[in-house]
Design a protein around this ligand. Structure first.
Ligand SMILES: NC(=O)c1ccc[n+]([C@@H]2O[C@H](COP(=O)([O-])OP(=O)(O)OC[C@H]3O[C@@H](n4cnc5c(N)ncnc54)[C@H](OP(=O)(O)O)[C@@H]3O)[C@@H](O)[C@H]2O)c1
Length: 319
């Protein structure tokens, strides 16, 4: 954890602990790398296949980051690029082929998909055992029932960011802004479980929520995943709250070479003066999302082979 108290002259100014996602992700990656070596000793090469049905530059960047991380830890990975006008049947047929391919352990369908493809149908076509994103109805169903499952990467990463920094959600009021299938809903399902690293009282907010700040101000832990730049301001946050900013938004910035910069859904500069801890954007939740994808790839590889994950790695996430 970072230093919280900073003194300036006679006065004492409190600023939030900055939750460094990059540092934690690197630590976890070290353990994942060791596990990959153990797989290889057993003659198994863990392999992730990604499918990109888009020319969207942001999606391409996200997929490239995933492959770069796989390479760093020794996981084999391959991207399959499809044109924007791909038909749903064609995509589902291809997913079926990857399901059958024994050399592929994990399948990740990069979202969002073009309009002509039903996201739910495409995700449901992935074998639940290869579903590294944990978004298949079987894995989501297991998650809500509290059964062992493949946990969606971003909620899993948020939970690890909290626990590993000493902020156990148990007994805390967690307010989540955003109810998407990839962040808000599975995070709520994860944190309500009567388990270590969960056991929280969860409130889920969305655009139908009246008076959002009435709820956000009650949060011991506030998670924001709404996709709207700097929307959560200091007056919406309780003193000493733990603030997890999931949002990634591009805003114009003439002072940068690219002409833009990335900001979260939280107004970092003002909220950090009030919160107890806060994630930066970039460098907070993002790196954890990627590292949990690496872990999920090894988990799916263990489900399909007779390689059991080592106690050392499992113990990092299961208690
Ligand atoms: N760091 C990471 O690894 C990571 C991973 C995933 C996503 N993200 C980022 O996180 C953000 C959210 O992503 P997503 O895929 O979850 O978004 P999404 O599918 O667009 O869902 C946004 C959710 O926020 C709610 N919402 C929007 N504006 C709101 C407001 N003003 N007040 C209250 N609720 C509001 C929406 O409510 P309704 O349901 O009522 O429409 C919806 O439930 C994006 O910036 C995305 O890029 C980051």
């Amino acid at each position: 954890m970072g230093e919280r108290r900073q003194t300036f002259g006679q006065g004492v100014v409190m600023t939030a602990v900055i939750l460094d996602g990059r540092k934690l992700a690197e630590e976890i990656k070290g353990k994942i790398k060791k596990e990959v070596e153990l797989f290889k000793k057993d003659g198994i090469e863990p392999c992730l296949s990604t499918i990109l049905v888009s020319n969207d530059p942001a999606s391409k960047i996200y997929v490239n980051i995933k492959h770069k991380n796989c390479e760093e830890v020794g996981i084999k990975s391959k991207n399959f690029q499809f044109p924007e006008d791909t038909k749903q049947e064609e995509l589902i047929k291809f997913i079926g082929k990857l399901n059958e391919d024994k050399s592929v352990h994990g399948i990740l369908l990069q979202l969002p998909l073009p309009k002509q493809i039903d996201e739910n149908k495409a995700i449901s076509a992935i074998s639940p055992e290869k579903d590294v994103d944990g978004l298949h109805p079987v894995n989501m169903g297991k998650l809500i029932r509290g059964e062992s499952s493949i946990i969606p990467c971003t909620p899993f990463g948020i939970q690890q960011l909290l626990i590993k920094n000493g902020y156990d959600p148990s007994g805390k009021h967690v307010v989540i802004c955003g109810r998407s299938n990839i962040v808000g809903k599975p995070l709520a399902a994860l944190l309500i479980q009567k388990k270590y690293g969960a056991n929280a009282t969860v409130t889920l907010c969305h655009t139908g929520t009246k008076n959002l700040s009435y709820f956000t101000k009650q949060a011991d832990i506030l998670v924001v995943a709404i996709g709207s730049p700097k929307t959560i301001t200091a007056n919406m946050v309780k003193e000493e709250a733990i603030v997890i900013d999931v949002g990634i938004n591009k805003i114009p910035d003439p002072n940068t070479k690219s002409g833009y910069r990335l900001v979260g859904d939280v107004d970092f500069d003002t909220v950090k003066e009030k919160a107890g801890a806060i994630t930066p954007v970039p460098g907070g939740v993002g790196p954890l999302t990627v590292v949990m994808l690496l872990y999920n790839t090894l988990l799916t590889a263990s489900l399909q082979t007779d390689h059991e994950l080592s106690y050392d790695l499992k113990n990092l996430f299961e208690h």
